[in-house]
Design a protein around this ligand. Structure first.
Ligand SMILES: [Zn+2]
Length: 561
């Protein structure tokens, strides 16, 4: 088993008959999926998504892959292949196209529909190539074949990439629902055919590798959804991902059957459902969907609202309803259905939303108390089927946290694969496929790039640490007027504290420490205010930690006397 080591350096030159694979995201995290394939000097990008921030990343909108590895070689990129339309697979495309706008993008009809709408908001008109299952396209030296897979969004594709170095099969996100709502099965016959041809590197979705058995069919949710619609005394409010067309189709069908109208709430939900129904992926009976404003004229038991916020995202409609910060006032008689998975890490936020809604009198139906969700990803049983069906020569687990990648690798090994041919690697680790064997050969930069309030890459790890300190420990500003020649204070420093819950006078105890730093600096001939600020900041931080067990963010300001 190969492990990424911090000492891995830049990779060697790739042999002419070799294929290089580098994931710039998606390995070690659930999100920002992006793989770069390199062959004969050309690059093919598979997916380019965003990662959503967690609570320790305040003020961050989304997190992008780091494009440093490909930035100097933008002209070598022959195409971007998108496996499906989820944000964690297409969300970073606008940022890559900002760097080079004419990179051809390949994807299915729905994927490109969602992408084009997103790019419109960024005022980018992409060069698109629509493909469907069974299609084969030459993209530079990469011969790409597209294969149907099912997932929690319609129109997903796996991609088989043939080069002189061998055949790579990338599943995208997938599961093997045998009774999909749109009857579009994951094409196991194609997987088997590719297996016969010989799959040299199999890149496999790991998200659910820890879950034993098989992922339940979407159809099995129908009874629980029906129960909600049959028994709800008042409004039904459904929260789901804005891309989960099949789940929302089930809601629409149930609403129609129980003679309720449906209104979509929230910009992304309205936009995506508009695209999905325009393109025929969402089937809506005429007159069923109405504008949210029209609902006021209907009795509450004729109303269905469909909104986002199933992950407890603070700005989404459902969280705002739970906080009474939305024009839709949740109350007695309302039934709220959380019809989507709980992404790890969001448990607390979702629990807050459930409590908030319950407090206003709503009944909340969620995956903890009803069968209202199935996953979009293949479980262990399905993955094992794939390994046995395809018999790949090398396996590279993708899409998942470290534990998911590891579990997926173990599944591959359990089917008899040589562990040396199952590299489990992090973002940025270089895997070269040469003479039929995949080997770790180096590492490239693959850090987080933060989008925050319209800026890209300006927010650093250090700044985020400051934000967290600020929010948890408060801040104290120290203003010192200093004679930089002698290192003496012209007058006692000013202390301004925020969020500390303590008297600012407390900090006067730090003055001796500041004086000591200043006289020491003067002896060393240091008078540069920026350097003095750094030293004062450190001294006050240490003093506050030692004397008062406080760790506020200290902002030193030195003014020359
Ligand atoms: Zn997905």
């Amino acid at each position: 088993m190969s492990h990424p080591h911090p000492e891995l350096g830049a990779p060697p030159k790739l042999p002419r008959n070799g294929l290089r694979v580098v994931a710039l995201g998606g390995l070690g995290e659930v999100g920002r999926n992006m793989a770069v394939l390199e062959h004969r000097g050309k690059l093919l990008v598979i997916d380019c998504g965003v990662l959503f921030p967690e609570e320790h990343q305040p003020g961050v909108d989304v997190i992008l892959p780091d494009f440093t590895f490909i930035r100097d070689r933008l002209q070598d990129i022959v195409g971007i292949v998108l496996t499906h339309g989820h944000e964690d697979h297409i969300g970073a495309v606008p940022y890559l196209l900002r760097e080079r706008g004419d990179i051809p993008v390949y994807g299915s009809r729905l994927t490109l529909g969602l992408l084009t709408a997103k790019l419109k908001e960024h005022r980018i008109k992409p060069v698109t190539n629509q493909v469907k299952e069974g299609d084969r396209r030459s993209v530079g030296p990469f011969d790409c074949e597209f294969i149907a897979v099912n997932h929690s969004i319609p129109d997903g594709l796996a991609v088989a990439v043939r080069t002189a170095a061998g055949l790579v099969l990338h599943t995208g996100d997938f599961k093997m629902d045998q009774f999909p709502l749109d009857d579009r099965l994951t094409d196991l016959r194609a997987f088997a055919r590719l297996g016969d041809e010989g799959v040299d590197l199999f890149m496999v979705d790991s998200t659910n590798a820890e879950v034993p058995g098989f992922t339940t069919a979407e159809r099995d949710l129908t009874p629980a959804i029906q129960t909600v619609f049959r028994t709800a005394p008042g409004r039904v409010v459904v929260s789901s991902f804005a891309s989960h067309v099949h789940r929302i189709q089930q809601v629409i069908d149930a609403a129609y059957e129980h003679k309720r109208k449906v209104a979509f709430v929230g910009r992304s939900m309205v936009r995506n459902m508009g695209i999905a129904s325009e393109l025929g992926y969402l089937k809506v009976p005429r007159g069923l969907v109405v504008d949210a404003k029209e609902l006021d004229n209907l009795p509450s038991n004729k109303v269905t609202l469909v909104c986002t916020g199933s992950q407890g995202e603070p700005m989404a409609a459902l969280s705002r309803m739970a906080n009474r910060d939305h024009q839709i006032r949740i109350g007695e008689g309302d039934t709220v259905l959380l019809a989507s998975s709980l992404i790890p890490g969001n448990e607390n936020a979702v629990s807050r939303v459930i409590n908030g809604l319950t407090r206003w009198g709503a009944k909340v139906v969620h995956q903890g108390n009803a069968k209202v969700h199935v996953s979009g990803h293949a479980s262990a049983g399905e993955l094992v089927y794939c390994y046995n069906l395809i018999k790949p020569r090398n396996v590279m687990p993708v899409h998942g946290e470290w534990r998911h990648l590891r579990a997926n690798a173990d599944l591959a090994i359990s089917t008899g694969m040589d562990p040396a041919r199952v590299p489990v690697v992090d973002d940025g680790v270089v895997v070269d496929l040469v003479d039929g064997k995949a080997t770790v050969t180096g590492k490239v930069r693959a850090g987080y790039v933060y989008v925050s309030g319209g800026t890209v890459g300006d927010v650093t790890e250090e700044l985020l640490r400051d934000r967290v300190t600020l929010s948890q420990q408060g801040t104290v500003t120290v203003v010192a007027i200093v004679d930089t020649q002698t290192g003496s204070l012209a007058e006692p420093p000013d202390f301004v504290a925020r969020g500390l819950g303590t008297d600012e006078a407390m900090f006067e105890g730090a003055i001796p420490a500041i004086e000591k730093v200043l006289s020491g600096a003067a002896k060393d001939g240091i008078g540069d205010p920026a350097e003095l600020e750094q030293r004062i900041g450190k001294a006050v931080s240490q003093w506050a930690a030692r004397k008062h067990r406080r760790n506020p963010l200290v902002i030193p300001v030195v003014i020359e006397a």
